[in-house]
Design a protein around this ligand. Structure first.
Ligand SMILES: Cc1cc2nc3c(=O)[nH]c(=O)nc-3n(C[C@H](O)[C@H](O)[C@H](O)COP(=O)(O)OP(=O)(O)OC[C@H]3O[C@@H](n4cnc5c(N)ncnc54)[C@H](O)[C@@H]3O)c2cc1C
Length: 441
Protein backbone atom coordinates (compact mmCIF):
# COMPACT_ATOMS: atom_id res chain seq x y z
CA UNK A 1 0.00 0.00 0.00
CA UNK A 2 1.56 3.31 -1.00
CA UNK A 3 1.25 6.59 0.81
CA UNK A 4 0.02 8.26 -2.41
CA UNK A 5 -3.55 7.42 -1.37
CA UNK A 6 -6.11 10.22 -1.77
CA UNK A 7 -7.97 9.81 1.48
CA UNK A 8 -6.30 9.83 4.88
CA UNK A 9 -7.82 6.45 5.80
CA UNK A 10 -6.11 4.89 2.78
CA UNK A 11 -2.67 5.82 4.09
CA UNK A 12 -0.38 3.71 6.26
CA UNK A 13 -0.69 4.29 9.98
CA UNK A 14 2.62 5.59 11.37
CA UNK A 15 3.43 4.15 14.79
CA UNK A 16 6.17 4.94 17.33
CA UNK A 17 9.25 2.69 17.26
CA UNK A 18 9.57 0.53 20.35
CA UNK A 19 12.95 0.83 22.16
CA UNK A 20 14.82 -2.45 22.75
CA UNK A 21 14.47 -2.30 26.54
CA UNK A 22 10.67 -1.75 26.53
CA UNK A 23 9.45 -5.24 27.36
CA UNK A 24 7.09 -4.86 30.36
CA UNK A 25 3.50 -3.68 30.07
CA UNK A 26 0.27 -3.62 32.10
CA UNK A 27 -1.57 -5.45 29.33
CA UNK A 28 -0.60 -7.09 26.02
CA UNK A 29 -3.28 -7.29 23.32
CA UNK A 30 -2.78 -9.80 20.51
CA UNK A 31 -4.64 -8.60 17.39
CA UNK A 32 -5.68 -5.12 16.28
CA UNK A 33 -9.11 -5.86 14.73
CA UNK A 34 -12.27 -4.33 16.25
CA UNK A 35 -12.06 -6.36 19.49
CA UNK A 36 -8.34 -5.74 20.14
CA UNK A 37 -8.45 -2.08 19.13
CA UNK A 38 -11.46 -1.49 21.39
CA UNK A 39 -9.75 -3.14 24.40
CA UNK A 40 -6.68 -1.00 23.66
CA UNK A 41 -8.79 2.20 23.59
CA UNK A 42 -10.56 1.39 26.86
CA UNK A 43 -7.33 0.28 28.59
CA UNK A 44 -5.36 3.36 27.48
CA UNK A 45 -8.20 5.61 28.67
CA UNK A 46 -7.86 3.96 32.08
CA UNK A 47 -4.16 4.92 32.06
CA UNK A 48 -2.77 1.41 31.53
CA UNK A 49 0.50 0.92 29.67
CA UNK A 50 -0.66 -1.09 26.66
CA UNK A 51 1.14 -3.14 24.02
CA UNK A 52 -1.09 -3.71 20.97
CA UNK A 53 0.37 -6.26 18.52
CA UNK A 54 -0.99 -6.74 14.98
CA UNK A 55 0.43 -9.08 12.34
CA UNK A 56 -0.79 -7.03 9.35
CA UNK A 57 -0.29 -3.43 8.28
CA UNK A 58 -3.26 -1.08 7.96
CA UNK A 59 -5.13 -0.51 5.75
CA UNK A 60 -5.85 -4.22 5.37
CA UNK A 61 -8.92 -6.14 4.20
CA UNK A 62 -10.91 -8.42 6.53
CA UNK A 63 -13.41 -10.83 4.99
CA UNK A 64 -16.78 -9.75 6.35
CA UNK A 65 -20.32 -8.78 5.30
CA UNK A 66 -19.36 -5.25 6.47
CA UNK A 67 -22.72 -4.66 8.22
CA UNK A 68 -22.41 -2.68 11.43
CA UNK A 69 -25.54 -2.90 13.56
CA UNK A 70 -26.93 -0.80 16.42
CA UNK A 71 -24.97 -2.57 19.17
CA UNK A 72 -21.64 -1.85 17.47
CA UNK A 73 -22.64 1.74 16.69
CA UNK A 74 -23.37 2.46 20.35
CA UNK A 75 -19.86 1.34 21.33
CA UNK A 76 -18.27 3.30 18.48
CA UNK A 77 -20.09 6.40 19.68
CA UNK A 78 -18.86 5.82 23.22
CA UNK A 79 -15.29 5.47 21.89
CA UNK A 80 -15.69 8.72 19.87
CA UNK A 81 -14.93 6.90 16.62
CA UNK A 82 -18.32 7.17 14.91
CA UNK A 83 -17.99 10.84 13.83
CA UNK A 84 -14.66 10.30 12.07
CA UNK A 85 -15.84 6.97 10.59
CA UNK A 86 -18.76 8.78 8.94
CA UNK A 87 -16.26 10.66 6.73
CA UNK A 88 -15.43 7.45 4.84
CA UNK A 89 -17.82 5.86 2.27
CA UNK A 90 -20.61 3.76 3.73
CA UNK A 91 -24.22 2.72 3.24
CA UNK A 92 -27.03 3.38 5.70
CA UNK A 93 -29.64 0.64 5.96
CA UNK A 94 -33.11 1.18 7.35
CA UNK A 95 -34.67 -2.12 6.30
CA UNK A 96 -33.95 -5.77 5.68
CA UNK A 97 -35.24 -7.95 2.83
CA UNK A 98 -35.71 -11.69 3.41
CA UNK A 99 -36.61 -14.10 0.60
CA UNK A 100 -37.39 -17.83 0.59
CA UNK A 101 -36.66 -20.66 -1.81
CA UNK A 102 -39.96 -19.91 -3.62
CA UNK A 103 -38.61 -16.42 -4.27
CA UNK A 104 -41.32 -14.83 -2.11
CA UNK A 105 -39.88 -11.85 -0.26
CA UNK A 106 -40.67 -9.56 2.61
CA UNK A 107 -39.13 -6.15 3.31
CA UNK A 108 -38.99 -5.29 6.98
CA UNK A 109 -38.39 -1.74 8.18
CA UNK A 110 -36.12 -1.42 11.19
CA UNK A 111 -38.40 -0.13 13.91
CA UNK A 112 -36.40 2.54 15.62
CA UNK A 113 -34.89 5.09 13.25
CA UNK A 114 -32.03 5.72 15.71
CA UNK A 115 -30.89 2.13 15.42
CA UNK A 116 -30.53 1.87 11.67
CA UNK A 117 -27.29 0.19 10.71
CA UNK A 118 -24.37 1.00 8.47
CA UNK A 119 -22.39 -1.03 5.97
CA UNK A 120 -18.68 -0.04 6.10
CA UNK A 121 -16.02 -1.80 4.04
CA UNK A 122 -13.82 -3.32 6.72
CA UNK A 123 -10.69 -2.09 4.99
CA UNK A 124 -11.72 1.44 6.12
CA UNK A 125 -13.61 0.52 9.29
CA UNK A 126 -10.69 -1.31 10.88
CA UNK A 127 -8.28 1.47 9.88
CA UNK A 128 -10.28 3.98 11.97
CA UNK A 129 -10.43 1.70 15.00
CA UNK A 130 -6.73 0.82 14.96
CA UNK A 131 -5.77 4.45 14.31
CA UNK A 132 -7.78 5.62 17.33
CA UNK A 133 -6.32 2.82 19.47
CA UNK A 134 -2.78 3.69 18.40
CA UNK A 135 -3.22 7.38 19.35
CA UNK A 136 -4.67 6.58 22.77
CA UNK A 137 -2.12 3.83 23.47
CA UNK A 138 0.85 6.02 22.52
CA UNK A 139 -0.50 8.93 24.59
CA UNK A 140 -0.66 6.73 27.66
CA UNK A 141 2.95 5.51 27.29
CA UNK A 142 2.30 2.28 25.38
CA UNK A 143 3.02 1.02 21.87
CA UNK A 144 1.00 -0.25 18.91
CA UNK A 145 3.05 -2.41 16.57
CA UNK A 146 2.05 -3.58 13.07
CA UNK A 147 3.67 -6.41 11.10
CA UNK A 148 4.29 -8.27 14.35
CA UNK A 149 3.01 -11.84 14.45
CA UNK A 150 2.63 -13.45 17.87
CA UNK A 151 3.59 -17.09 17.44
CA UNK A 152 3.87 -18.34 21.01
CA UNK A 153 2.93 -17.58 24.60
CA UNK A 154 5.31 -17.42 27.55
CA UNK A 155 3.83 -19.75 30.16
CA UNK A 156 4.88 -20.18 33.78
CA UNK A 157 4.25 -23.91 34.27
CA UNK A 158 5.16 -23.63 37.98
CA UNK A 159 2.28 -21.18 38.54
CA UNK A 160 -0.65 -23.20 37.17
CA UNK A 161 0.19 -22.48 33.52
CA UNK A 162 -0.04 -18.74 33.97
CA UNK A 163 0.41 -16.75 30.75
CA UNK A 164 3.06 -14.14 31.53
CA UNK A 165 3.86 -12.83 28.08
CA UNK A 166 4.15 -13.44 24.34
CA UNK A 167 6.83 -14.25 21.80
CA UNK A 168 6.69 -13.07 18.24
CA UNK A 169 8.44 -11.94 15.15
CA UNK A 170 8.76 -8.84 13.03
CA UNK A 171 11.14 -7.92 10.21
CA UNK A 172 13.97 -7.32 12.70
CA UNK A 173 13.63 -10.68 14.44
CA UNK A 174 12.26 -12.45 17.52
CA UNK A 175 10.98 -10.44 20.50
CA UNK A 176 9.48 -11.27 23.90
CA UNK A 177 7.11 -9.06 25.90
CA UNK A 178 5.70 -9.48 29.41
CA UNK A 179 2.50 -8.39 31.19
CA UNK A 180 0.30 -9.66 34.05
CA UNK A 181 -2.63 -9.84 31.58
CA UNK A 182 -2.66 -10.94 27.94
CA UNK A 183 -5.79 -10.35 25.85
CA UNK A 184 -6.46 -12.75 22.97
CA UNK A 185 -8.02 -10.68 20.17
CA UNK A 186 -6.48 -12.44 17.20
CA UNK A 187 -9.79 -13.53 15.63
CA UNK A 188 -10.62 -17.00 14.33
CA UNK A 189 -7.09 -18.44 14.67
CA UNK A 190 -5.97 -16.45 17.70
CA UNK A 191 -2.80 -18.04 19.13
CA UNK A 192 -3.87 -17.14 22.70
CA UNK A 193 -7.24 -18.89 22.27
CA UNK A 194 -5.63 -21.99 20.74
CA UNK A 195 -3.14 -22.25 23.59
CA UNK A 196 -5.58 -21.90 26.49
CA UNK A 197 -8.39 -23.94 24.93
CA UNK A 198 -6.56 -26.83 23.29
CA UNK A 199 -3.02 -26.98 24.64
CA UNK A 200 -3.60 -26.08 28.29
CA UNK A 201 -7.17 -27.33 28.82
CA UNK A 202 -7.36 -30.06 26.17
CA UNK A 203 -10.76 -28.82 24.95
CA UNK A 204 -12.02 -28.91 21.37
CA UNK A 205 -11.28 -25.71 19.45
CA UNK A 206 -13.69 -26.23 16.53
CA UNK A 207 -17.12 -27.84 16.85
CA UNK A 208 -18.83 -28.06 13.49
CA UNK A 209 -22.27 -26.97 14.68
CA UNK A 210 -20.74 -23.94 16.42
CA UNK A 211 -18.65 -22.81 13.47
CA UNK A 212 -19.68 -21.26 10.15
CA UNK A 213 -17.78 -20.99 6.92
CA UNK A 214 -18.43 -18.26 4.38
CA UNK A 215 -17.44 -16.65 1.11
CA UNK A 216 -17.43 -12.96 0.16
CA UNK A 217 -17.02 -10.97 -3.04
CA UNK A 218 -17.57 -7.33 -4.05
CA UNK A 219 -19.70 -6.65 -7.13
CA UNK A 220 -20.39 -3.38 -8.98
CA UNK A 221 -23.63 -2.48 -10.71
CA UNK A 222 -26.14 -5.04 -9.38
CA UNK A 223 -29.68 -4.12 -10.45
CA UNK A 224 -32.47 -3.26 -8.04
CA UNK A 225 -30.34 -1.51 -5.41
CA UNK A 226 -30.66 1.99 -4.00
CA UNK A 227 -27.00 2.73 -3.28
CA UNK A 228 -27.70 5.79 -1.11
CA UNK A 229 -29.92 4.36 1.62
CA UNK A 230 -32.20 1.34 1.79
CA UNK A 231 -32.19 -2.37 2.49
CA UNK A 232 -29.69 -5.11 3.12
CA UNK A 233 -30.80 -8.50 1.77
CA UNK A 234 -30.78 -12.07 3.11
CA UNK A 235 -31.91 -14.81 0.71
CA UNK A 236 -32.66 -18.47 1.44
CA UNK A 237 -31.89 -20.27 -1.79
CA UNK A 238 -32.71 -23.76 -2.97
CA UNK A 239 -29.60 -25.95 -2.75
CA UNK A 240 -27.90 -23.68 -0.21
CA UNK A 241 -30.42 -23.49 2.64
CA UNK A 242 -29.93 -23.50 5.67
CA UNK A 243 -27.03 -21.35 4.56
CA UNK A 244 -28.01 -17.95 3.26
CA UNK A 245 -26.91 -15.59 0.52
CA UNK A 246 -26.55 -11.89 1.25
CA UNK A 247 -26.34 -8.67 -0.75
CA UNK A 248 -25.20 -5.67 1.31
CA UNK A 249 -24.67 -2.38 -0.57
CA UNK A 250 -21.53 -0.50 0.54
CA UNK A 251 -22.07 2.67 -1.54
CA UNK A 252 -20.15 3.70 -4.69
CA UNK A 253 -22.34 1.44 -6.88
CA UNK A 254 -20.80 -1.56 -5.08
CA UNK A 255 -22.21 -4.42 -2.98
CA UNK A 256 -20.72 -6.94 -0.60
CA UNK A 257 -22.12 -10.29 -1.77
CA UNK A 258 -21.64 -13.56 0.04
CA UNK A 259 -22.93 -16.71 1.60
CA UNK A 260 -22.53 -18.39 4.96
CA UNK A 261 -23.34 -21.83 6.33
CA UNK A 262 -22.37 -23.84 9.44
CA UNK A 263 -19.66 -26.47 8.94
CA UNK A 264 -22.18 -29.08 10.09
CA UNK A 265 -24.62 -28.15 7.28
CA UNK A 266 -21.84 -27.65 4.75
CA UNK A 267 -20.97 -31.36 5.03
CA UNK A 268 -24.07 -32.24 2.99
CA UNK A 269 -23.29 -29.83 0.11
CA UNK A 270 -21.48 -31.19 -2.90
CA UNK A 271 -20.08 -27.85 -4.11
CA UNK A 272 -17.31 -25.62 -2.78
CA UNK A 273 -18.44 -22.28 -1.33
CA UNK A 274 -17.13 -20.36 -4.35
CA UNK A 275 -19.06 -22.65 -6.70
CA UNK A 276 -22.21 -22.37 -4.59
CA UNK A 277 -21.97 -18.59 -4.85
CA UNK A 278 -21.45 -18.79 -8.61
CA UNK A 279 -24.47 -21.09 -8.88
CA UNK A 280 -26.67 -18.63 -6.95
CA UNK A 281 -25.55 -15.64 -9.01
CA UNK A 282 -25.83 -17.39 -12.39
CA UNK A 283 -28.89 -19.55 -11.79
CA UNK A 284 -30.99 -17.71 -9.21
CA UNK A 285 -30.07 -14.03 -9.49
CA UNK A 286 -29.09 -13.86 -13.18
CA UNK A 287 -31.39 -10.94 -14.00
CA UNK A 288 -30.04 -8.74 -11.19
CA UNK A 289 -26.41 -9.56 -12.02
CA UNK A 290 -26.74 -9.24 -15.83
CA UNK A 291 -24.96 -5.85 -15.85
CA UNK A 292 -22.83 -6.47 -12.77
CA UNK A 293 -19.06 -6.75 -12.68
CA UNK A 294 -16.99 -8.64 -10.10
CA UNK A 295 -14.38 -6.55 -8.29
CA UNK A 296 -11.07 -8.24 -9.11
CA UNK A 297 -9.52 -10.43 -6.39
CA UNK A 298 -12.32 -9.69 -3.93
CA UNK A 299 -13.46 -13.34 -3.59
CA UNK A 300 -12.26 -14.79 -0.28
CA UNK A 301 -13.45 -17.43 2.16
CA UNK A 302 -13.20 -17.07 5.92
CA UNK A 303 -14.75 -18.51 9.07
CA UNK A 304 -17.04 -17.49 11.91
CA UNK A 305 -16.73 -18.98 15.42
CA UNK A 306 -20.28 -18.85 16.75
CA UNK A 307 -21.59 -17.91 20.18
CA UNK A 308 -24.27 -20.60 20.11
CA UNK A 309 -24.86 -22.00 23.63
CA UNK A 310 -22.76 -25.01 24.60
CA UNK A 311 -23.89 -27.77 26.89
CA UNK A 312 -20.92 -27.19 29.23
CA UNK A 313 -21.30 -25.25 32.50
CA UNK A 314 -19.76 -22.13 30.96
CA UNK A 315 -22.38 -22.02 28.17
CA UNK A 316 -19.83 -20.60 25.72
CA UNK A 317 -16.47 -21.82 24.47
CA UNK A 318 -13.75 -21.08 27.08
CA UNK A 319 -12.92 -17.36 27.12
CA UNK A 320 -10.08 -17.24 29.65
CA UNK A 321 -6.90 -18.77 31.01
CA UNK A 322 -4.68 -18.05 33.98
CA UNK A 323 -3.42 -14.52 33.21
CA UNK A 324 -5.44 -14.07 30.04
CA UNK A 325 -8.88 -13.54 28.55
CA UNK A 326 -10.34 -13.74 25.05
CA UNK A 327 -12.49 -11.17 23.23
CA UNK A 328 -14.41 -11.06 19.91
CA UNK A 329 -13.92 -13.97 17.49
CA UNK A 330 -11.13 -15.28 19.69
CA UNK A 331 -13.87 -15.79 22.31
CA UNK A 332 -16.25 -17.35 19.71
CA UNK A 333 -19.02 -14.79 20.02
CA UNK A 334 -20.50 -14.41 16.52
CA UNK A 335 -24.32 -14.35 16.43
CA UNK A 336 -25.38 -17.82 15.17
CA UNK A 337 -28.32 -16.55 13.10
CA UNK A 338 -27.17 -13.26 11.56
CA UNK A 339 -23.39 -13.84 11.48
CA UNK A 340 -22.93 -10.48 13.19
CA UNK A 341 -19.71 -10.40 15.21
CA UNK A 342 -18.52 -6.80 15.39
CA UNK A 343 -21.09 -5.75 18.01
CA UNK A 344 -20.24 -8.66 20.29
CA UNK A 345 -16.51 -8.08 19.73
CA UNK A 346 -16.89 -4.50 21.00
CA UNK A 347 -19.19 -5.55 23.83
CA UNK A 348 -16.76 -8.23 25.03
CA UNK A 349 -13.96 -5.62 24.91
CA UNK A 350 -15.99 -3.29 27.13
CA UNK A 351 -16.81 -6.13 29.55
CA UNK A 352 -13.20 -7.32 29.57
CA UNK A 353 -11.81 -3.94 30.56
CA UNK A 354 -13.83 -3.87 33.77
CA UNK A 355 -12.30 -7.21 34.85
CA UNK A 356 -8.82 -6.17 33.70
CA UNK A 357 -8.92 -2.99 35.81
CA UNK A 358 -10.28 -4.80 38.88
CA UNK A 359 -7.62 -7.52 38.70
CA UNK A 360 -4.74 -5.81 36.96
CA UNK A 361 -1.99 -7.27 39.14
CA UNK A 362 -3.32 -10.80 39.55
CA UNK A 363 -5.70 -11.96 36.84
CA UNK A 364 -6.23 -15.57 37.87
CA UNK A 365 -8.63 -18.29 36.71
CA UNK A 366 -11.36 -17.07 39.04
CA UNK A 367 -11.22 -13.59 37.49
CA UNK A 368 -11.45 -15.19 34.05
CA UNK A 369 -14.48 -17.18 35.07
CA UNK A 370 -16.15 -14.01 36.39
CA UNK A 371 -15.50 -12.33 33.06
CA UNK A 372 -16.99 -15.20 31.06
CA UNK A 373 -19.99 -15.37 33.39
CA UNK A 374 -20.68 -11.67 32.86
CA UNK A 375 -20.44 -11.98 29.08
CA UNK A 376 -23.00 -14.79 29.24
CA UNK A 377 -25.26 -12.76 31.55
CA UNK A 378 -25.30 -9.94 28.99
CA UNK A 379 -25.48 -11.99 25.79
CA UNK A 380 -26.95 -15.32 26.88
CA UNK A 381 -30.62 -14.65 26.06
CA UNK A 382 -29.85 -13.09 22.71
CA UNK A 383 -27.48 -15.87 21.66
CA UNK A 384 -29.91 -18.56 22.83
CA UNK A 385 -32.73 -17.03 20.75
CA UNK A 386 -30.48 -16.64 17.73
CA UNK A 387 -29.46 -20.27 18.02
CA UNK A 388 -33.12 -21.32 18.08
CA UNK A 389 -33.85 -19.22 15.00
CA UNK A 390 -30.77 -20.71 13.28
CA UNK A 391 -32.22 -24.17 14.01
CA UNK A 392 -35.57 -23.17 12.48
CA UNK A 393 -33.77 -22.31 9.24
CA UNK A 394 -32.89 -26.01 8.86
CA UNK A 395 -36.60 -26.61 8.17
CA UNK A 396 -37.01 -25.31 4.64
CA UNK A 397 -40.81 -25.63 4.76
CA UNK A 398 -40.91 -23.47 7.90
CA UNK A 399 -38.78 -20.69 6.41
CA UNK A 400 -40.84 -20.76 3.23
CA UNK A 401 -44.08 -20.70 5.15
CA UNK A 402 -42.87 -17.95 7.49
CA UNK A 403 -41.59 -15.60 4.78
CA UNK A 404 -44.63 -16.32 2.61
CA UNK A 405 -46.97 -15.45 5.50
CA UNK A 406 -44.92 -12.44 6.59
CA UNK A 407 -45.22 -11.05 3.06
CA UNK A 408 -48.98 -10.80 3.65
CA UNK A 409 -49.30 -10.36 7.43
CA UNK A 410 -48.40 -6.97 8.94
CA UNK A 411 -48.41 -8.49 12.44
CA UNK A 412 -45.59 -10.89 11.51
CA UNK A 413 -43.72 -8.08 9.77
CA UNK A 414 -43.96 -6.11 13.02
CA UNK A 415 -42.49 -8.99 15.07
CA UNK A 416 -39.71 -9.44 12.50
CA UNK A 417 -38.99 -5.72 12.43
CA UNK A 418 -38.85 -5.42 16.21
CA UNK A 419 -36.78 -8.57 16.49
CA UNK A 420 -33.97 -6.83 14.61
CA UNK A 421 -33.49 -4.50 17.59
CA UNK A 422 -35.41 -5.82 20.62
CA UNK A 423 -34.60 -8.83 22.79
CA UNK A 424 -38.27 -9.25 23.77
CA UNK A 425 -39.29 -9.44 20.12
CA UNK A 426 -36.54 -11.99 19.46
CA UNK A 427 -38.11 -14.06 22.24
CA UNK A 428 -41.51 -13.75 20.53
CA UNK A 429 -39.94 -14.90 17.30
CA UNK A 430 -38.76 -18.08 19.01
CA UNK A 431 -41.97 -18.69 20.96
CA UNK A 432 -43.70 -21.69 19.33
CA UNK A 433 -47.14 -20.43 20.42
CA UNK A 434 -46.73 -16.92 18.97
CA UNK A 435 -45.35 -18.35 15.75
CA UNK A 436 -48.12 -20.97 15.54
CA UNK A 437 -50.82 -18.33 16.13
CA UNK A 438 -49.40 -16.02 13.47
CA UNK A 439 -48.57 -18.65 10.93
CA UNK A 440 -51.74 -20.69 11.14
CA UNK A 441 -54.46 -18.07 11.66
C1 LIG B 1 -17.78 -13.69 5.52
C2 LIG B 1 -18.03 -13.05 6.84
C3 LIG B 1 -19.07 -12.14 6.94
C4 LIG B 1 -19.29 -11.47 8.14
N1 LIG B 1 -20.25 -10.49 8.18
C5 LIG B 1 -20.39 -9.75 9.29
C6 LIG B 1 -21.24 -8.61 9.28
O1 LIG B 1 -21.83 -8.24 8.26
N2 LIG B 1 -21.38 -7.91 10.43
C7 LIG B 1 -20.70 -8.25 11.57
O2 LIG B 1 -20.89 -7.59 12.60
N3 LIG B 1 -19.85 -9.31 11.58
C8 LIG B 1 -19.68 -10.03 10.48
N4 LIG B 1 -18.77 -11.07 10.47
C9 LIG B 1 -18.02 -11.38 11.70
C10 LIG B 1 -16.91 -10.34 11.93
O3 LIG B 1 -16.12 -10.25 10.78
C11 LIG B 1 -16.06 -10.73 13.13
O4 LIG B 1 -16.91 -11.13 14.19
C12 LIG B 1 -15.19 -9.58 13.59
O5 LIG B 1 -14.24 -9.26 12.63
C13 LIG B 1 -14.50 -9.96 14.92
O6 LIG B 1 -13.53 -8.98 15.25
P1 LIG B 1 -12.20 -9.43 16.02
O7 LIG B 1 -11.46 -8.17 16.30
O8 LIG B 1 -12.54 -10.33 17.11
O9 LIG B 1 -11.39 -10.32 14.97
P2 LIG B 1 -10.74 -9.91 13.59
O10 LIG B 1 -11.54 -8.87 12.92
O11 LIG B 1 -10.50 -11.18 12.85
O12 LIG B 1 -9.34 -9.27 13.99
C14 LIG B 1 -8.30 -10.06 14.46
C15 LIG B 1 -6.98 -9.32 14.23
O13 LIG B 1 -5.92 -10.06 14.82
C16 LIG B 1 -4.81 -10.12 13.94
N5 LIG B 1 -4.05 -11.31 14.27
C17 LIG B 1 -4.41 -12.61 14.05
N6 LIG B 1 -3.46 -13.45 14.47
C18 LIG B 1 -2.45 -12.68 14.96
C19 LIG B 1 -1.18 -12.98 15.53
N7 LIG B 1 -0.74 -14.24 15.64
N8 LIG B 1 -0.40 -11.94 15.94
C20 LIG B 1 -0.83 -10.65 15.80
N9 LIG B 1 -2.01 -10.32 15.25
C21 LIG B 1 -2.82 -11.32 14.86
C22 LIG B 1 -5.46 -10.16 12.56
O14 LIG B 1 -4.57 -9.75 11.54
C23 LIG B 1 -6.64 -9.20 12.75
O15 LIG B 1 -6.29 -7.87 12.46
C24 LIG B 1 -18.51 -11.77 9.28
C25 LIG B 1 -17.48 -12.70 9.19
C26 LIG B 1 -17.23 -13.33 7.98
C27 LIG B 1 -16.10 -14.30 7.89
Amino acid sequence: MSNKANNFWEKNIETKKIPKDEVNFDVIIVGGGPAGSAVACYAAKEGLKVLLLEKEEFPRDKVCGDAVGGKALRHLEELNILKSLEKSPHFVFDSVIFSNTKEEKVKVKIKDSETTGYVYPRVNFDWFLFNEAKSLVENSGGFAIQNFRVNDLIIDSKDNNRIIGVKGKNSIGEKMFYAPITVGAGGVNCPVAKTVISEINGEKFIKKKHWSTSFREYWRGIDGIDYEKGAIEFHYVDGVIPGYFWIFPVGNNTCNVGLGITLEDYKSKDKKLKDLQEYIIKEKFASRFKNAELVENSGKAWQLPLGSPRKNGMKLRRMFGNGCLLVGDSGSLVDPFTGEGIGNALLSAKTAIKHIIENRKDFNLECGEDYQREVWEILGKELTNSYKIQNYTRKEWLINWFIGKAQRKPELQKILSESLTSKEAQRQLTSPWILFKNLVF
